[in-house]
Design a protein around this ligand. Structure first.
Ligand code: HEC
Length: 116
């Protein structure tokens, strides 16, 4: 009887740990909606809401590979890629912000323009 009770307890505990792990995995996945909110608050002034600014000074981000976008943001933040404007904006971003922003812009339409 004692044994069975202990085993049941262990099983229940194990189940809850597994549930917590799954929840943590979900939280780590990119949140496109949160990325969109951040873009509307900060990035759209230069890059546009869909990442396809009409101003040639601002690189197009719409449809870019998410890992490329995330790496660019990490590099501006660390100083590995130098640009005073983006260093200031990337410097305030958390790792989650970067993943969310990259996922959002990557999900926008890509517009390729040849100007020369
Ligand atoms: C004041 C204007 C401005 C704002 C606001 C701004 N950016 Fe930028 N962004 C730039 C400029 C200019 C560059 C090009 C810098 C360079 O030459 O490396 C750039 C480059 C980038 C790049 C690299 C693109 C590439 O093709 O390599 C990414 C990614 C990026 N910005 C994302 C963002 C995100 C995300 C935000 C919002 C958190 C943001 N930017 C806000 C002006 C801005």
């Amino acid at each position: 009887m004692m044994m069975a009770k202990t085993m049941k307890k262990t099983f229940v505990l194990g189940f809850f740990s597994l549930t917590a792990l799954v929840a943590a995995g979900t939280a780590a996945a990119a949140d496109v909606k949160a990325g969109e909110a951040k873009v509307k608050a900060v990035c759209q002034a230069c890059h546009g809401v869909d990442g396809n600014s009409q101003n040639a000074d601002y690189p197009k981000l719409g449809g870019q590979y998410p890992d490329y976008l995330a790496k660019a943001l990490r590099d501006y933040k660390s100083g590995a890629r130098k640009n005073p404007i983006m260093a200031a904006f990337a410097g305030t971003l958390s790792t989650a912000d970067i993943e969310n922003l990259a996922a959002y812009y990557a999900a926008q339409p890509a517009v390729v323009v040849t100007t020369h």
